[in-house]
Write a new protein. Structure first.
Length: 348
């Protein structure tokens, strides 16, 4: 009965991870459709209700007209155009609120059913703090573009918002794994745990640069492969910033993907060898997924770049579909590596 209670809590937590992934994808759609700056006021509670009357819609539209994105990019927008971009940002925020509701209802229910023990108090406090911070970081990101000059949000703040979401998802998944996977199924392999942990950190760097790519629209500066506009190493690399220059960001993100592909292939063979030594089928099964996913991820990255010239503003086309799938598989890759790290990081 005790394990059944833990399994129920774990399933609820995994549902939360899925909702975070969906929330991140909605954030991607919001960015790709140019919708992120459509709501210029932060109303954590009342903001769940969209404009209901023509007067309310015009008030929201007037707020949008005050910022640089409207003045310099979307000055031809009609109220109908505004309603389209407003919907995606509103839905993105509504889903975030839904996450909070699911967490609150689940917490009260499991508390009533006495499914919690003392070991869960600290993880729940951390989850609550991370969730609240994510909402605050989101608004700080949006406010970086709500002014009279900016066309988009700051790409560094966009990356922080994305990485904070991934940290929240990873922590939630880790909490669920502690409840789902018995200690007898885990293995104490310090060397393998160190390598896997290092790959996770390297992947976080890659995810950060992926967010930089998105914020700087880096795919547009070099929609070619395998070269970068005819060069493998662009001439301007040594003169530009590694954080703010689109070509540099594109070069780093692309080549780090190749490095991760090679490292994960080598890691897989090391994991298989270790699993044979301890006769653990769970390790071997879990290790397959990062290798498959990183290969798919590299291919999706290539197709995303090659279709960057097919962007049609305000529409969700081929490029946007590849970009969203690329983001989704990146999150799956991260989660699969976290599962592997959990399995091999048992404390002796």
């Amino acid at each position: 009965m005790e394990q059944k209670k833990k399994n129920a809590v774990a399933i609820w937590l995994i549902a939360g991870v899925v909702m975070i992934i969906v929330q991140t994808l909605l954030g991607g759609v919001t960015r790709l459709t140019g919708s992120g700056l459509s709501i210029t006021e932060w109303k954590p509670i009342m903001g769940a209700i969209p404009p209901m009357t023509e007067a309310e819609w015009n008030h929201a539209f007037d707020g949008y007209k005050q910022i640089g994105q409207y003045k310099y990019l979307n000055s031809a927008f009609t109220l109908s155009d505004f309603k389209f971009i407003f919907f995606w940002e509103w839905f993105h925020r509504l889903w975030a609120r839904s996450l909070g509701v699911v967490f609150a209802i689940g917490f009260v229910w499991f508390l009533y059913k006495k499914c919690f023990d003392k070991s869960m108090i600290k993880p729940f406090i951390v989850l609550f703090i991370l969730g609240g911070l994510q909402g605050l970081i989101g608004w700080i990101m949006v406010s970086s573009g709500v002014n009279g000059t900016s066309l988009y949000v700051n790409h560094v703040k966009l990356a922080i918002h994305f990485i904070a979401a991934m940290i929240l998802a990873v922590y939630t998944l880790w909490f669920a794994l502690k409840l789902l996977i018995p200690e007898t199924k885990r293995v104490a392999n310090k060397g393998l745990a160190t390598i896997t942990g290092s790959l996770i950190l390297l992947l976080f760097v890659q995810l950060t640069y992926g967010a930089f790519m998105a914020g700087l629209k880096g795919a547009l500066v070099a929609p070619t492969w395998p070269s970068i506009d005819g060069y493998y190493v662009p001439d301007q690399l040594k003169y530009a910033s590694w954080i703010s220059d689109p070509i540099n960001v594109h070069f780093f993100h692309r080549n780090l993907a190749y490095l991760l592909l090679i490292l994960l292939a080598a890691w897989f063979f090391k994991v298989v060898k270790a699993s044979n030594a301890v006769n653990s089928g769970l390790i071997k099964k879990a290790a397959v997924w990062p290798v498959v996913l990183v290969f798919v991820q590299v291919l999706l990255g290539i197709f995303t770049v090659l279709n960057a010239t097919h962007i049609v503003y305000g529409k969700f086309g081929v490029f946007e579909a590849f970009a969203e799938t690329h983001q989704l598989v990146a999150m799956f890759l991260l989660m699969s590596l976290v599962v592997n790290y959990y399995i091999v990081s048992k404390r002796v």
